[in-house]
Design a protein around this ligand. Structure first.
Ligand SMILES: [Fe+2]
Length: 122
């Protein structure tokens, strides 16, 4: 990774968890959702960080927010505070066409991180 983590959007350079750096493991955004869903049928989406390696959750270092997009369309956002909340966004959505779900999360020290998951329609 070049430049500052606070510029732009960060992504791990690999999808293979064992090849990720410690920084990437702590900040990679994981989207949990079915691979394939029924058209216009509600389904659960979880956007989470710190799954591959626990990220701090204290006043000096924590995730400030998590967002969910359907392609470029904004869907949901959760604001977080350290210690008592956990860095996880859980919601239900419905789609009517194949969509790339995109999750973004901002660490107050290490900037914005992004992950994605392609959803098919059956
Ligand atoms: Fe961080």
């Amino acid at each position: 990774m070049e430049g500052s983590l606070l510029d732009g959007v960060n992504k791990p350079e690999t999808q293979e968890v064992e090849d990720m750096t410690v920084l990437e493991k702590k900040h990679s955004v994981v989207i949990e959702a079915p691979n394939k869903i029924g058209k216009e049928k509600k389904f659960k989406v979880v956007v989470k960080v710190g799954e591959h390696m626990e990220h701090p959750n204290e006043p000096g270092h924590f995730f400030e927010w998590i967002e969910l997009y359907a392609d470029d369309t904004f869907l949901s956002r959760i604001h977080l505070t350290p210690e008592k909340t956990h860095h996880k966004l859980i919601t239900e959505i419905k789609l009517n066409e194949p969509t790339k779900l995109v999750g973004r999360a901002r660490c107050n020290i290490h900037g914005v991180w992004e992950g994605e998951k392609q959803i098919k329609i059956e």
